[in-house]
Ligand binder design. Structure first.
Ligand code: PMV
Length: 368
C-alpha cells in the first residue's frame, strides 16, 4: 500500500465533531468479467463494466468523533429502517480491516443507515452498490475531519476502499464505462482501483440494461466461493489471457461504435463465465431452462430483424438484455411479448447506463 491510501489522523486541536454524510451509489454490470482473485481482493484479470442508473444503494452515516480511541470501529447499522445484525457483522469486520486507511474510525461513533432501490437475488449486485456507497461515505467523513482532497484523489481512494469491500464495487464509483485491472491497453489502469473509459462512441452512450428475472432464488454459490474455484480450474490461465485480449478488443468496439463486435464479445464473456463454473470442481450450473430460452430468442430475434439486442449474465440465472437507445421501441416490445413469459411472475427491472454516485442528504427511496 502506498502512503496515499493511508489515512490521516484527526488533528489533535480538533474538537468533537458531529455530522452526517450520505451517498447514492449505483450497481454496475460487467461486460468483461472479473472471475478469479488473489491477495487482498486483487483481480486475476482486468474487467470492464458500466454503472447502472436505477439500481442503487443509498447510505447515510451519522458520525460523532470522541477524544479517546478504540482498537475497533464503533457502529450501529440499520438496513431499510430496521437493525440488521447479519449486515452489521459484515460491516464491522470490513471497518475493522480499514483502521490503517481511516484512523478516524478508532475515535468516531457511526450510525449507518442503508437502503437499496432494488430487491435481492435479482441478478443486480447489491454488494457493488452498497460497498461503494459506504466507501464514499467514509472518504467524505475523512475529508470533513482531516481536510480536503481533490476530486480525483477522492474517487481513487473511494474506489480502492470499495474494492476491499467487494472487488466489483470499485467500478461503481464512476459513471459510464470503467476499467479495473492492469491491462496492456494503457499503463494508467491498475489492479488497485478502477478508472473511467474516455473514448465511447455515441451509440453506446445511452445503453439500456433490462434485467429479466428468470428466478429470484438465492444464489447456489457465493462470488467469494466462485472466485476461489478458479484457483484449481484447468482453464484458468487460458481464461485470464483471453479476458485481457477481449478487454482490448471491446475497448476498440466501444470507441468505434462497432455494435456487432461489441455484442459478440459481451455474449462470449457471459457464456465463458458460466462455462468456467460448469467445469469447476465442484461444478455449478447457474443458468435455468428459462435463461437458455431467453438467450436463444434474443439471438433469433437479432438475426431475423437486425435489431441490435444482446445479453449478458452475472453469476446467476437472470438475463441482462442490452440494447442501444435507438433500438428501445423494438427491443422493449420484443421483451414484453416474447421474453417476460420466461420470467418469474413476468418480472423485469428496467435500467440503463448511469452517471455514477451522487451525494445525498436524505433517502429518496422509501420501501413499501
Ligand atoms: O465483486 P464480487 O466478488 O462480487 O465478484 C463479481 C463477479 C462477477 O459479478 C461475476 C463479475 C464482475 O466482474 O462483476
Amino acid at each position: 500500500m502506498t502512503d496515499f491510501f493511508r489515512g490521516k489522523e484527526i488533528p489533535t486541536n480538533k474538537e468533537t465533531t458531529i455530522g452526517n454524510v450520505g451517498w447514492r451509489s449505483p450497481s454496475n454490470i460487467a461486460l468483461i468479467k472479473y472471475w478469479g482473485k488473489h491477495g487482498r481482493q486483487l483481480p486475476r484479470n482486468p474487467s470492464l463494466s458500466f454503472s447502472l442508473s436505477n439500481a442503487f444503494t443509498e447510505t447515510i452515516v451519522n458520525y460523532e468523533s470522541r477524544a479517546y480511541s478504540n482498537d475497533k470501529a464503533s457502529l450501529e447499522f440499520y438496513f431499510e429502517g430496521k437493525p440488521n445484525e447479519a449486515f452489521k457483522l459484515r460491516i464491522q469486520t470490513f471497518l475493522d480491516s480499514l483502521l490503517e486507511f481511516f484512523p478516524f474510525l478508532r475515535q468516531t461513533d457511526l450510525v449507518i443507515e442503508s437502503t437499496n432501490s432494488f430487491p435481492h437475488s435479482t441478478g443486480i449486485a447489491s454488494s457493488a452498490s452498497s460497498m461503494s456507497a459506504l466507501a464514499l461515505c467514509l472518504c467524505s467523513i475523512e475529508e470533513k475531519l482531516t481536510g480536503e482532497m481533490t476530486k480525483e484523489q477522492f474517487n481513487i481512494k473511494a474506489s480502492y476502499i470499495s474494492r476491499l469491500g467487494s472487488g466489483s464495487a470499485c467500478r461503481s464509483v464512476f459513471g459510464g464505462y470503467c476499467i479495473w485491472g492492469n491491462t496492456k491497453l494503457n499503463s494508467k489502469y491498475t489492479d488497485e482501483y478502477a478508472q473511467g473509459v474516455d473514448l465511447i462512441h455515441p451509440v453506446f452512450a445511452n445503453i439500456h440494461d433490462d434485467v429479466l428475472i428468470v428466478s429470484a432464488n438465492e444464489k447456489s454459490v457465493s462470488s467469494t466461493a466462485g472466485h476461489q474455484l478458479m484457483d484449481n480450474n484447468p482453464f484458468a490461465n487460458t481464461r485470464y489471457k483471453q479476458a485481457n485480449q477481449k478487454l482490448i478488443d471491446l475497448t476498440s468496439s466501444l470507441a468505434e461504435g462497432d455494435i456487432d463486435s461489441f455484442g459478440k464479445i459481451v455474449e462470449e464473456e457471459a457464456l465463458t463465465l458460466h462455462a468456467l463454473m460448469m467445469c469447476s470442481d465442484p461444478s455449478y450450473i447457474l443458468m435455468e431452462p428459462g435463461t437458455l430460452e431467453v438467450i436463444s430468442k434474443i439471438r433469433n430475434f437479432r438475426t431475423g430483424t437486425g435489431t441490435p439486442i444482446y445479453f449478458t449474465l452475472d453469476a446467476g440465472p437472470n438475463v441482462h438484455v442490452l440494447y442501444p437507445q435507438t433500438a428501445k421501441q423494438e427491443a422493449q416490445r420484443f421483451i414484453r411479448e416474447e421474453l417476460l413469459m420466461h420470467c418469474e411472475r413476468g418480472r423485469q427491472i428496467q435500467d440503463k447506463i448511469g452517471t455514477g454516485p451522487q451525494k445525498i442528504t436524505q433517502f429518496s427511496h422509501v420501501e413499501s
